[in-house]
Ligand binder design. Structure first.
Ligand SMILES: [Zn+2]
Length: 184
């Protein structure tokens, strides 16, 4: 999610990234990873991963601490319940060729600070598992935070966003889709 706004449009064109867009997203990812993701890409051991996934718990980088940590735990639980109990919620993911719960469980959460623009609460590059949680994330309600985790997981699943994808939905439109489909 970010602070960009726009006008409503039709179904989002997917898998339509231009090279320049991909490059811009990659730059965003790299700049985000330089401010705190650290060794987030390494999850210790296949057994640990399997038990985490089985328990339905989020993949958290060690940078996620304090209020952000507790917020993610609660919001992730809400998001998992929504996507597993609501077919219309999971359909947001299946339209992208993905499964909602599996996408959430494969998402990797890390704390971001300097890479967040004013007003942004989380950042995820399209097609990438890493989600950077901005300081504003802790000020959301649990339900709002769950919407954001679903929004970010949709980016992981391939959902583009305006203006990087001029034909894509805005961040606010993605949030609206999530709220409507998942009935939050
Ligand atoms: Zn977004």
């Amino acid at each position: 999610m970010d602070t960009r706004t726009g006008t409503p449009d039709g179904p989002a064109p997917r898998r339509r990234l231009l090279p320049a867009v991909q490059a811009a997203l990659l730059v965003g990812l790299l700049s985000a990873s330089s401010v705190g993701a650290g060794d987030a890409a390494v999850e210790s051991g296949a057994a640990a991963r399997a038990s985490r996934v089985e328990a339905g718990e989020p993949w958290l980088d060690r940078s996620v601490v304090g209020k952000v940590h507790s917020q993610v735990l609660v919001a992730f639980k809400v998001a998992m319940e929504l996507v597993t109990q609501s077919p219309s919620c999971n359909a947001l993911f299946s339209e992208l060729g993905a499964d909602g719960a599996a996408t959430l469980l494969a998402s990797r959460y890390a704390a971001a600070t300097k890479s967040c623009r004013p007003g942004a609460v989380a950042v995820t590059a399209v097609g990438q598992s890493g989600t950077w949680l901005c300081p504003g994330f802790v000020r959301l309600t649990s339900d709002e935070a769950a919407v954001i985790l679903l929004h970010e997981a949709l980016h992981f699943a391939g959902q583009t966003e305006r203006p990087l994808d001029p034909a894509g939905p805005s961040a606010l439109e993605i949030n609206s889709r999530v709220r409507k489909a998942c009935r939050t």
